[in-house]
Design a protein around this ligand. Structure first.
Ligand SMILES: NC(=O)c1ccc[n+]([C@@H]2O[C@H](COP(=O)([O-])OP(=O)(O)OC[C@H]3O[C@@H](n4cnc5c(N)ncnc54)[C@H](O)[C@@H]3O)[C@@H](O)[C@H]2O)c1
Length: 333
């Protein structure tokens, strides 16, 4: 298939592109290579993909309406895997407008492109952050999520709403994936796994928010890739008889899934795993809860399992070891 991947220089985009390229698909990847974190890492991911002659990269900003129109006018895509976004909860407190541009205007431009050529399936990244302080665990796509506690989460929830309207109006089959704290090789420098590893290897303190009273459903990158690759072939169908009795139900060709490991890990257990893998003792710098952060995440993965017969499988101990191996080799430390 000819597949468009947005955010291909990003952590998840690179991993998904590599897998689909290895499977023999033709990949067109776009990214604006912004400097939210080290651009050299984004470039290194693209260099890693250069080994595949069936991968093409174009530097395009999602919010550039003319460039996005031209992209979709230029060729047909059998799948659109939309992963580009301004990520990060904390950054959204100080930089709200970039979230509006990349995540709202950008998402609209992707939807318009899909409408323009009636793309057979749009798969896009949402986030566990839409659950906010949801008290019901594990978090289910059937839960109402109307109370985001960060602008980042609000833009991700908005993406689901915008997509539903396009699925309904223009019959564009669409699947939203709520990713849960993804980590692993080629990961994001703004996330805990990366920051903690850098700090522990440098003998520096690890910033531990909410005094360590946090838990996350850490999900290994290969599990995310497997989920994305399988779900892209599960194309939601419109069904006029289907009643919208829950937030994830609709007559439109619209689906939502969690992709998480399905087992929350206490932040301090995560730190202990890192200590074991590195053979170092962490100096913990305990700090208060950060505004916009959620105390815990925990994915209900039943719907994903029913749809694709797959459950994320890599546990934290193994995942942390694989990440640290990659980190040491990549940064030669
Ligand atoms: N990593 C996680 O734990 C996680 C969790 C939940 C949701 N997500 C979502 O998954 C997707 C991928 O996340 P990631 O971890 O790979 O993040 P990432 O920041 O590594 O990748 C996103 C990529 O999108 C690009 N981008 C941002 N704004 C753009 C724009 N306006 N135009 C073109 N490109 C743009 C960035 O340069 C980056 O390379 C995002 O939508 C993110 O919100 C990630």
């Amino acid at each position: 298939m000819n597949i468009l991947i947005t955010g291909m220089a990003g952590f998840i985009g690179h991993a998904v592109a590599k897998r689909l390229a290895a499977d023999g698909h033709t990949i067109v990847g776009i990214d604006n290579l912004n400097d939210y974190y080290d651009v050299a890492l984004k470039q290194a991911r693209l260099d890693d993909l250069a080994a595949y002659p069936n991968v093409r990269f174009e530097c395009i900003d999602l919010a550039d309406q003319a460039a996005m129109q031209a992209l979709f006018a230029g060729e047909r895509f059998e799948r659109v895997i939309h992963l580009a976004a301004q990520a990060g909860v904390r950054y959204s407190l100080d930089n709200p407008h970039v979230y509006a541009q990349s995540n709202l205007v950008g998402h609209l431009n992707v939807l318009e492109g899909c409408r323009q050529q009636q793309v057979p399936h749009l798969v896009y990244a949402s986030s566990s952050s839409v659950y906010g302080q949801n008290a019901h665990v594990p978090f289910s796509t059937a839960d109402a999520v109307d109370h985001p506690i960060s602008l980042y989460a609000a833009t991700k929830k908005s993406n689901e709403l915008m997509t539903h309207s396009y699925a309904h109006l223009y019959d564009i089959p669409s699947t939203g994936l709520r990713f849960f704290t993804v980590y692993g090789p080629w990961g994001r420098p703004d996330m805990a796994m990366f920051k903690f590893t850098r700090a522990i290897l440098a003998g520096e303190p690890l910033p531990i928010f909410n005094h360590g009273e946090l838990s996350r459903d850490f999900t290994y990158i290969d599990d995310i890739v497997e989920g994305v690759v399988r779900i892209q072939d599960v194309i939601p169908q419109a069904d006029a008889e289907r009643q919208a009795t829950a937030p994830d139900q609709s007559a439109a060709p619209f689906a939502l899934y969690n992709i998480g490991h399905g087992s929350p890990v206490a932040l301090m257990d995560f730190v202990r795993a890192l200590e074991r893998v590195t053979g170092r003792t962490a100096q913990c710098d305990y700090q208060p809860m950060q505004p916009g952060d959620v105390p815990r995440t925990w994915a209900d993965t039943e719907a994903l399992f029913e749809a694709v017969d797959y459950r994320p499988a890599v546990g934290v101990e193994e995942g942390v070891a694989r990440f640290v191996d990659w980190y040491r080799a990549f940064y030669q430390v």
